[in-house]
Design a protein around this ligand. Structure first.
Ligand code: AKG
Ligand code: FE2
Length: 370
């Protein structure tokens, strides 16, 4: 999510990236300062698995408050085996410790949707961050789903042959998150005052992504610039080293310290659309300037690529503040907007005279003929 674009310097504004590009917000000081949050609320999520709807409704009320007031929340007592989390971190550290030539074998520019390893260099040519990305890939047996046969699906993910346990540990984590996020999506529907299943049609086959972050220790100052996530929501697992900061209404950066085996969950810009701005996609950044490596594991949960998201639940005279969003088209633009013209995908669409703005996710998944 870090961007190569320069950010203007104006002490009276905070700049951040969103799905729409660079945006800014005026800093509220003195008498303009608003009542806002100074810490991230913590919610015990254990009743997400309760059979009793009234327990889930109570949980949704807390989640709805956090989404409205803060946009970020800690979720504790997760129904996920903590060993699955620990094993994922153990394996991902081993992946980043592989020799450069092994990581280059799975460099993201080889993948149709930029999955795999990606180094991020500073102006002096030092690596400040590196990432590893994986996501929906219906050619992998771990993601086989009898309800969703995709003929001629492309392979997107790439895995290092030198470290089979990495794929295994990551997939255990992925599959636990697929189950958890589906339930959490129902709780978010309840939190909006809807039936638990009311949004299911927008999440039939959700777009999901893991982008592991490694903020490298060393002479460079690694981090991630101010941005607002897109998608529906993000479940972030921090590990050992903190550095995440969240911006409140008075443009103060609130620390989000590491809580072991606890998710940091934030709602993204498409929930902002859907709720007509009631749930803002809150700005955040990472500062990892200490002398230790930092690793983090975010899981991004998005809408179905065929979904069109429009503001719901408008009051009688309330105007929609957002245009409808075609998720498939936005996903393609978001994936490829910084892509080099030499990438096979860009070459293919240029050769066929296709405009990136018109591409749908299905055409990426199965070929432009679709
Ligand atoms: O590394 C982190 O803690 C947060 C990462 C993040 O905000 C993102 O990838 O969108
Ligand atoms: Fe983020």
């Amino acid at each position: 999510m870090a961007s190569k674009f320069a950010i203007p310097e104006d002490p009276d504004r905070e700049y951040f990236f969103t799905a729409k590009g660079l945006e800014s917000r005026r800093v509220l000081r003195g008498s303009e300062a608003k009542k806002t949050f100074s810490e991230i609320p913590t919610i015990d999520i254990s009743s997400i698995v309760s059979q009793d709807l009234s327990d889930r409704v109570k949980l949704a009320e807390q989640i709805g408050r956090a989404a409205t007031d803060v946009g970020f929340m800690y979720l504790t007592n997760l129904p996920i085996d903590s060993r699955v989390m620990d094993n994922a971190f153990e394996a991902l550290k081993k992946f980043f410790a592989l020799p450069l030539e092994e990581k280059k074998k799975v460099v993201s520019t080889k993948s149709w949707t930029i999955k795999g390893w990606q180094p991020i260099m500073n102006e002096e040519g030092d690596m400040s961050n590196e990432t590893f990305r994986m996501g929906n890939d219906y050619t992998e047996p771990e993601q086989e789903d009898p309800d969703y046969i995709v003929e001629k699906a492309r392979t997107f993910n790439q895995w290092p042959d030198a470290l089979p346990e990495f794929r295994e540990a990551l997939y255990k984590y992925w599959n636990a998150l697929v189950i958890f996020t589906k339930k959490l999506q129902g709780i978010f529907a309840l939190a909006l005052g809807l039936e638990e299943s009311a949004l299911d049609h927008l999440f039939k086959r959700p777009l999901m992504d893991i982008t592991i972050q490694h903020y490298c220790q060393g002479k460079v100052k690694p981090g991630l610039g101010a941005h607002a996530d897109f998608g529906a929501f993000t479940c972030l697992l921090q590990h050992e080293v903190g550095g995440l900061e969240v911006l409140n209404a008075n443009a103060e950066w609130v620390q989000v310290p590491v809580k072991k085996h606890t998710f940091v969950v934030n709602t993204g810009s498409y929930f902002e659309h859907l709720s007509n701005g009631r749930w803002m996609s809150t700005i955040h950044r990472v500062r990892a300037e200490g002398d230790v490596d930092r690793y983090s594991l975010p899981f991004f949960y998005g809408f179905d690529p065929t979904a069109v998201v429009e503001p719901l639940l408008l009051e009688p005279n309330e105007e929609p503040k957002y245009e409808n969003v075609n998720i498939g088209i936005e996903n393609v633009k978001g994936t490829f907007y910084e892509m080099n013209e030499e990438h096979p995908f860009m070459q293919m669409i240029n050769k066929k005279g296709i405009n990136l703005e018109d591409m749908r996710y299905d055409q990426v998944l199965r070929g432009v003929e679709v």
